[in-house]
Design a protein around this ligand. Sequence first.
Ligand code: BMA
Length: 341
Amino acid sequence: MSNVKIIGSSVPNMPWQDRPANDNHDAPIWRYTNNPVIGRNPVKGIARIFNSAVVPVDGKFVGVFRAEQVNGIPYIYFGRSEDGINWDIDEEKIPFVDKDGNPAMPIYAYDPRFVKVDDTYYAIWCQDFYGAAIGMAKTTDFKTFTRIENPFLPFNRNAVLFPRKINGKFMMLSRPSDSGHTPFGDIFVSESPDMEYWGHHRHVMGKGSEWWESLKIGGGAAPIETSEGWLLFYHGVAGTCNGYVYSIGGAILDIDNPSIVKYRCENYLLTPEEWYEERGFVPNVAFPCATICDADTGRIAIYYGAADSYVAMAFTNIDDIVAYIKDHSKTNTTDTEIGIR
Ligand code: BMA
């Protein structure tokens, strides 16, 4: 029985594996023993799938997948699964259309998130908009994905929608950046009355004081609503003499005003150490983009991209992860203030 409540649906068939008895990791988060769940060349014409997002639907699972085509250009493909582990990925890209039904394909698209708000599913990704920025589409049937207005000016990445309106407004995290492999970055939150006009931008949290997140951070999975606040799994980046290292971090945001960070874990929750995280197209990357949770048991499955080459999964439960984040919380004023200057 959980002390902390996940405010969400029951997903009794969500993928799950208990924590191995001999697990010495400090944080209560453990990898799926059959990782990676999507390997190289999963579909003809696709070299690698990683940084992808999934949702439960009617007892099954669907997702939007970042697939690197054999010409090196990333795009988003749709996939289905009976169990959330074995995925059937479409051979064709998602055929995005505009509001009149005409083709509206971005030049490239990567790092999608997939979030249900009310009865609509929103895919959010990074694309070219005269520079890297955020693209969005909505669907209700997983067949027609209709583009909606790009929410932010370039340059911006890592947009993550909240799964419900807060105080009557849609809310979205994002990470303003530069045109390259951005060596800086804080998470901001913006609100919208209609999913078209975004404003009331607030700073949520900056790069961390600890080394694992001392270069930049970015939103990860859609925040999970809990009785303690919004549980956010995000990525934190260290800049080493031999390149960037992407780890998974955790924070809890105020339920009514998510620009306020209530707790922020000073330790990483998961850092690259398995072969599929350390070895690949870009080594040393663990990049969370989605979770599946069961409100009844408090179980959480985290989907993350590994080494820009694979999709991997890790598990935790709400009581232990919230307790760990609170026990190791270290916030500063840029975390806890409202975030406007
Ligand atoms: C970021 C994004 C991610 C990628 C990461 C590590 O800037 O491009 O898609 O996983 O770098 O290469």
